[in-house]
Design a protein around this ligand. Structure first.
Ligand code: MRU
Length: 345
């Protein structure tokens, strides 16, 4: 298996694979302060819910390093402002808020220590978040592999691989596991307009690993499902409400409707850090709207006329009725979702 280092923290620098440039060029984006981390998340140098969470945690490390020479009061005040900036860098993926809250709670619990000791605890915690994500993904992959039949054809959407996490991936982690355990799977990857995370990133990961696959335009998926060519659909999640409603990349909802109509199993693969226990249903989830250029342009080239208005939500919500199961590191959750999700709290 090829190692993809999406995020690496070394000698006070955060190194990110620049996902805006893949697959035509492989470049590393360096963050030396938390504002660069905020930019990297907003501009989608790094993206994917768990990857954003781990990146933000290292953003807090960089902020703490930056303010280490201040007096304690100024240090804590500046750090608090940095936490707020990072918390707001993107709105939908709850792993970001989860990571920042975890860092905030840690700082609060250690605020009586000296600045150097607080800084060391922050570094330690970011490393824990990073390593936990790898372990979690491997566990999810093993649970997910249990529902993959020999020779299965899997449809996936967006990018949920090593690039969307610290390593391995969520839905694509299950695909990896099935491939490496010799299940002879085949993958159809939606290209995922407007930003083409499927076409650019998932396709890149599949090629790197040599996993048999075809890239399809998003419009092809319904025909494949109707024609009985898809055995199972695996997607990731950006936020899951208590009742199982799931926000994920725009287009996921549409897939779930077709899957339900043709009785194709539809699974979400996500760590429990993607569950927002504060939200009762998907109606409460804030959906990020991104720039109109993502739709009017492809790779910087205008493909729509000047003057056209654009609606560009980055995510949609799949109602729990359309979901067969949610594969987490603690096992597979099935209906009744609310009851079973709350058991994980
Ligand atoms: O806008 P993105 O590229 O950050 O959206 C990513 C997705 O929607 C993924 O499916 C989700 O974050 C799960 S990734 C493991």
């Amino acid at each position: 298996m090829k190692e993809i280092k999406t995020i690496e923290f070394k000698d006070d620098v955060l190194y990110l694979i620049d996902q805006r440039k893949l697959p035509t060029s492989y470049e590393i984006f360096e963050c030396k302060d938390y504002k660069e981390v905020d930019f990297a998340i907003k501009d989608m140098v790094v993206r994917g819910a768990p990857a954003i969470g781990a990146t933000a945690a290292y953003g807090v490390v960089l902020a703490a390093k930056e303010f280490i020479y201040d007096d304690k009061e100024t240090f804590l005040k500046n750090l608090d402002e940095a936490l707020e900036v990072l918390y707001n860098s993107r709105p939908t993926a709850v792993n970001l808020m989860w990571a920042i809250k975890r860092m905030r709670d840690l700082i609060e619990a250690n605020k009586d220590l000296d600045i150097q000791a607080i800084y060391e605890r922050i570094v330690e915690e970011a490393d824990i978040i990073y390593n936990e994500d790898i372990e979690t993904n491997k566990k999810m992959a093993r649970y997910g592999n249990e529902i993959i039949k020999e020779g299965a054809t899997i449809l996936t959407h967006c990018n949920t691989g090593a690039l969307a996490t610290v390593a391995y991936g969520t839905a694509l982690g299950v695909v990896r596991e099935a491939h490496y355990t010799g299940k002879n799977i085949f993958v159809y990857a939606d290209e995922t307009r407007p930003r083409l995370q499927g076409g650019k990133l998932t396709a890149w990961e599949l090629v790197q690993e040599g996993i048999p696959a075809k890239l399809i335009a998003d419009n092809v998926a319904a025909t494949l499902i109707r024609d009985g060519k898809i055995d199972v659909i695996l997607v990731g999640a950006d936020r899951i409400a208590n009742n199982g409603d799931t926000a994920n990349k725009i287009g996921t909802f549409m897939l779930s409707v077709v899957a339900k109509a043709y009785n194709v199993p539809f699974y979400i693969v996500a760590p429990t850090t993607t569950i927002d226990f504060e939200m009762e249903s998907g109606d409460e989830i804030e959906i990020e709207e991104r720039s109109s250029e993502e739709v009017t342009h492809i790779n910087g080239i205008r493909v729509a006329p000047e003057g056209i208005e654009v609606y560009n939500p980055a995510f949609d919500v799949t109602p729990h009725e359309n979901i067969t199961g949610i594969i987490t590191e603690k096992g597979i959750i099935r209906a009744p979702f609310k009851e079973n999700i709350l058991k994980l709290k």
